[in-house]
Design a protein around this ligand. Structure first.
Ligand code: PLZ
Length: 452
């Protein structure tokens, strides 16, 4: 594997309390200018970022275990991405692919058609955000099937636009007060081995059993004949890094295929090397009809895509899909450089190695500490679920303590989970071994003090 040259030292270094005076001043300006509905995890303001280090306006260097929510897999200012963006931005910033098309859009589509699971003929359409990709995948599925209903699962997250919110499972903070939501969206149970679906002997449902439960609800309450699509994250992200029991996804996908229901894998968080493969669907040999990607695809530039079976996507009438900025040339240039970097740096392999390092260290915590309920994930998408000692009651208070202690120590982590009791570790895939080890030590210390 070739290695990345970092521009900034990959070191944690705190020179003020967090937030420092400059960040505090910016926070005051922000309160007077920015809508209060948009919140930030960190109280610091960013001046620079590279690799897995974020430098704030007061000169503090923090270790990044969040990657801007799984976006900066190739690093926060990967030199190849920066060069590609600079070159493109100096030639043209926008012509609108629907007006005057350009090669890089076509090239990104070619790459995604080749990289997504399955060797059948595929097509891609580009958009701006994850939510927009999900909305368009549903549009394509409804158009192709002539059916209305769409199924999403418990704990799902698919975005903040109206149809995406209908698919998203969590009320606060995402949905509350923002209805009414798009109709014909139905929710069924998922496979959440740590919490849901127990046999009489207390053993967790197998993947097959969890799929049967979901399918039986679909058949009884909706009817396969009315169902256009099942939308599902192969590993649930915002819902808590929930890895379904083996066999769950393949069983759902098989049922969908047998009933002409479009199987949409939302790989917006899991895709593009994060879980140790190009796409998380691959771990169980699932070949989705449509796959949505976004986040990591363009090294931080806004870009998203729907990729899938050619006959479905080509079935849409000319002019039925698009948008002013979808597949912007600067974002496409960044995507091509990002995909090249993922290949040349073998970031899927790197994600597997990161996953092994993280699991080894976190499993020790799980055996020692009663508040560590579950350690799970795949590749560089790992998480800890915190519980009350002696049971499985969610423990958001301890989770908050861990997150706050990490921030004080200069390590960025994100929480997630329906019960707010999960801390997820999703570093840039280019994080150095030393920096990862140091961040994990901070994490272990924070968890030990929260448990004490
Ligand atoms: N599908 C699986 O993870 C975005 C959103 C955080 P957008 N997840 C982080 C927040 O609070 O807004 C996401 C996802 C999955 C869709 C989306 C939506 O992607 O680019 O945020 O629209």
């Amino acid at each position: 594997m070739s290695t990345l040259q970092y521009r900034l030292p990959q070191k944690r270094c705190l020179v003020t309390e967090l937030p420092g005076p400059k960040s505090t001043a910016l926070a005051a300006r922000r309160r007077a200018a920015v809508g209060a509905g948009v919140t930030s995890v960190l109280p610091i303001y960013v001046a620079d970022a590279d690799g897995a280090v974020v430098v704030d306006v007061d000169g503090n260097s923090l270790i990044d275990l969040g990657a801007g929510i799984a976006v900066t897999s190739v690093g926060a200012s990967n030199p190849a991405v920066v060069a590609a963006v600079q070159q493109q931005v100096a030639r043209f910033t926008h012509t609108c692919f629907m007006i005057a098309p350009y090669e890089s859009y076509v090239a990104v589509a070619e790459r995604l058609d080749a990289l997504t699971p399955g060797d059948h003929e595929k097509r891609t359409v580009l958009f701006n955000s994850g939510a927009e990709a999900v909305e368009n995948a549903v549009k394509i599925a409804r158009h192709a099937t002539g059916r209305d209903a769409v199924v999403a699962v418990d704990h799902a997250y698919h975005g903040r636009t109206n149809l995406a919110l209908a698919l998203t499972a969590k009320s606060m903070p995402y949905k509350s007060g923002f209805g009414p939501f798009s109709p014909e969206v139905y929710r069924v149970p998922t496979s959440y081995p740590y919490r849901e679906g127990l046999n009489v002997d207390g053993s967790p449902f197998t993947g097959e059993q969890a799929a049967e439960r979901a399918i039986s609800i679909i058949e009884k309450q909706i009817g396969a004949d009315n169902l256009a699509a099942i939308v599902i994250e192969p590993i649930q992200g915002e819902g808590g890094f929930i890895v379904p029991a083996e066999g769950f996804l393949p069983a759902l996908a098989r049922w969908a295929r047998a009933n002409d229901v479009i199987f949409i894998a939302d790989e917006i968080q899991t895709g593009l090397c994060r879980t140790g493969a190009w796409f998380a669907s691959e771990h169980e040999g699932v070949v989705p009809d449509l796959t949505t990607t976004a986040k990591a695809i363009a090294g931080g530039m806004p870009l998203s895509a729907v990729t899938g079976r050619a006959e479905l996507i080509d079935g849409v009438h000319p002019g039925g899909l698009g948008g002013t900025f979808g597949g912007n040339p600067v974002a496409c240039a960044a995507a091509l450089a990002t995909l090249d970097q993922m290949e040349t740096l073998d970031l899927a392999g790197r994600a597997r190695a990161i996953g092994e390092t993280i699991s080894k260290r976190l499993q020790v915590l799980a055996t020692e500490l009663a508040i560590v309920g579950d350690v799970r994930g795949r590749g560089a998408m790992m998480a800890v679920e915190f519980v009350e000692p002696g049971g499985r009651m969610p423990n958001p208070a301890a989770t908050g303590k861990v997150a706050a202690a990490m921030l004080r120590a200069g390590v960025i982590v994100l929480r997630c989970g329906t019960y707010g009791n999960v801390i997820r570790l999703l570093p840039p895939l280019v994080i150095s071994d030393d920096l990862l080890a140091e961040a994990l030590t901070v994490f272990e210390d924070a968890v030990r003090s929260a448990a004490a």
